[in-house]
Every structure is written in C-alpha cells, then in structure tokens.
Design a binder for this molecule. Structure first.
Ligand code: 13P
Length: 250
C-alpha cells in the first residue's frame, strides 16, 4: 500500500558535473518491475541540472529547504514557487542541521511546511531527537512537539500530502544507526499519534528513517512495519552506495 521511498539528501556537496553524473547514474538504476521510488535533493544551484536529467525518468527531485514567504525582499532566499518552476515535486523541511544551525524553530518549520504545500510541493517533514534528549527519555516529547507545531497550524488533513522523516540527530553522519527496533518504535509512535486524528491518513503516510543508512542495513530497517524507506546523506553521494540501498529493497 505504501511504496518505499529511497531519498538522497546531498546536503552541501557535489559540483555541477558531479551532480549531472550522479543524477544520471541514479536515474539509470531503476528496476523496471519495482515499486520502490527514488528521489534526490541536490543543492539549489544544481536543481536545474538534475531537472534536465530526471525529466522523463522515474527519478523525483526536490530542494533541501525553502523560505516560508511567497516572494519579495528576502535577499538570498528561495521560495516554493521557484522550486515548482524548476520541476521540483518535494522539499525537505525541518532538517536537524537547519534546526540546529540556521534558526529553523518548530514554528518556522511549520510555516515552511505550509508554504510548500500551498505551492503544490510535497513537504518532507524531518523530526528527531538529540542524544541528550534521548538519554533524558525525552524522545517522544520532542517529536510530539515537532509534529504538533505543524499539526496545530495545518490540521491532520495536510498530512495526506506529506512525507515524514525520523532522523535521530545522534545517528546522522556518525555511522551510528538506530537499531531497526529503536527506529520502528518511534515510527509506530508517530503513526499512532497521527492515527488518533485520522486513521486513513496515518495509514497512507510514508515515514522515512534517516541516519547512517547504507546498503548493508537498509533491508532490515525498511522491513519494519512502519518504516517506508530512508532519507540518506553520506551514502547518497555516490551512485554505487545509493543504488546499493535501492537494490537491497527494490
Ligand atoms: P547520513 O546518512 O549521512 O547519516 O545523513 C542522514 C541525513 O541527515 C539525511 O538527511
């Protein structure tokens, strides 16, 4: 019922030639009879390069962030309509690196989520706890606050056109993956929380896991009942590593 999604967040990496090559290799990696989807999130300057490669293929693409305003005097920022204009179908919102380093509060993330949807983009809402929060047994409270900030402004209906990503901060770029059981527990917690508001929407929502996913651990993680794919950083930067994840489940 929920197609797996293998999504690559390139973060602030690649150059123009590398972006074209990586996108081409990923687009060529689809198995014709698989329902597993792939998406990539290049840096802004390379979106048009990825667009020219991905158009006409099954490869989906989007941006790593957006500004919450529609247009206007916001020097250096990128708005949702510009992403739509470049053919993006998705956009990440609330990645932990933006929350930690670039002022993305829960409230601002909610505004970005709303701006993305208003323009017709599917927001990929990223949530997750720090190591300190996990050790203090605050994981569920933190994730609830992150979800509630959006839910209280949009209502559950908005999650009919969204993707969630659980990315424990302590597992990002550290080589420390959450165990399949640890990840499943939080995914189930999130789905149950949303199901209390609307069971159908919660049942259809894809919840990705992110944090040191690689070819060798993807199959076990994505086999969990509430894990519907991955949001991949480091291992999305070479087609070999990224397609190893796709091939493990496709
Ligand atoms: P890594 O796969 O490098 O741990 O990064 C995960 C991530 O932050 C994806 O958004």
């Amino acid at each position: 019922m929920r197609n797996l999604l293998v999504a690559g967040n390139w973060k602030m990496n690649t150059d123009s030639a590398g972006a074209a090559q990586l996108a081409t290799e990923v687009a060529n990696g689809f198995k014709p009879d698989s329902t597993v989807e792939m998406a990539i999130f290049p840096p802004y300057p390379y979106i048009s390069i990825v667009a020219s490669v991905a158009t006409g293929t099954a490869l989906q693409y989007g941006a790593q962030d957006l500004n919450e305003h529609e247009s206007g005097a916001h020097t250096g920022e990128i708005c949702a309509s510009m992403l739509v204009n470049m053919g993006c179908s998705m956009v990440l919102v609330g990645h932990s690196e933006r929350r930690a380093m670039y002022g993305d509060s829960n409230e601002r993330v909610a505004c970005k989520f709303i701006a993305a949807q208003a323009a017709g983009l599917t927001p990929v809402l990223c949530v997750g706890e720090t190591l300190e929060q996990r050790e203090n047994n605050e994981t569920e409270a933190v994730i609830s606050r992150q979800l509630d900030a959006v839910l209280s402004r949009t209502g559950i209906q908005a999650f009919a056109n969204a993707v969630l990503a659980y990315e424990p901060v302590w597992a990002i770029g550290t080589g420390k993956t959450a165990s399949p059981e640890q990840a499943q527990q939080i995914h189930a917690f999130m789905r149950d929380k949303l199901a209390a508001l609307d069971g159908i929407i919660a049942g259809q929502l894809r919840i990705l896991y992110g944090g040191s996913v690689k070819g060798s651990n993807a199959a076990e993680l994505f086999a969990q009942a509430d894990i519907d794919g991955g949001l991949i950083g480091g291992a999305s930067l070479t087609s070999d590593a990224f397609l190893a994840i796709y091939n493990a489940v496709a």
